[in-house]
Design a protein around this ligand. Sequence first.
Ligand SMILES: *Cc1c(COP(=O)(O)O)cnc(C)c1O
Length: 385
Amino acid sequence: MKDFLRRTWAEIHLDRMEHNVNELTKLISDSTVPAAVVKANAYGHDDIHCVPFLEKCGIEFFAVSNINEAEKLRSCGCKGDILILGYTPPEYADVLEKYDIIQAAVSYEHAQALSECSHGEVRVHMAIDTGMGRIGLLTDDLNECADTFEKAAALPHIKLEGAFTHYAAADSFESSDMEYTLEQTDRFFALREELDRRGVHLKHYHCLNSAGSVFHYDSRSTVARFGILMYGLKPDISLDIPFELKPVMDFKSSVSYVKTLKKGSCVSYGRTFRADRDILTATIPAGYADGFSRNLSGKASVIINGRKAPIIGRICMDQFMADVTGIPDVTAGTEVTLFGGECGQTADDLAQLYGTIGYEIVCGISKRVPRVIMYNGEVVDVSEY
Ligand SMILES: *Cc1c(COP(=O)(O)O)cnc(C)c1O
């Protein structure tokens, strides 16, 4: 038995990621550079394997959330542009320079502090807050915003190469949300026009996330920041995506124990489940410490031998039980799929069951779970953390 089959593992199918990236890239024009958002360990998909693979697929621009993630990409040989989308303390200006990393300036003060701390030149994209309320210069007063921007562009020791904004509701078809997204886009490119008028010309202006790229594509955005769709999940489960999405991660385990429980027997903490007949149960060695949320207790099923086995009782830290009555050939060692791309139950489906989003499910798969990197069904490598 392969070492990674000991207990619980996550398969990362790079061929599916390649498919998603190719489909996404078809939706954008040549004026837009496709960028891969690989923050949070590539949404739990193992950045050190995803990034070199994406570079082979032709991706030359990456986005992460912080400086540790950015350094990690450089140390795995990433040659492309790396943009940090979130805050980095200005004291790290030299590190940003050393690794040739582009930093988002969250405010004018941040840009100024980076400028003061840097000994050379830090590459910067200015964040613009057109309606997310998170980071960036506010655009309420366009002239004031352009004034501040111009001041930032003139700071020594930073090289202002671009500006970006982030959509708050690009994944919604509610008419007020559609309007809101349009307003965000208008504000952003109005700022660009004003800066152009003032002679401030930057290489990059970008506003597109996954949902934006598919539903609000605008060729004026010089970069498309592909995140969740690249991993084969949806920004919102109700959306119809105009190509076949292939979920990249399969979360798997194997049965540790099968037994018959008599009618009236209880299962797991709190005795929330009581058998109303004799049942066959399987114990599965995965739990909330692996990122399989306790909130799924009594709500979800897992897939065993192609059949749905309902989870019974509470999910424990390291194990849970499923009702496998009537499912043939379940023994210790039988493979179990908790969610995946080809089993009929995606991370988005599980998310729906307890009111979260697929993003949180895949990001939440913990570091106890080895990532088994696969291409066309073959194991390429294993990451253990
Ligand atoms: C996370 C993030 C993205 C990617 O969003 P998806 O919805 O996963 O495509 C893009 N831009 C910014 C600024 C982000 O923080």
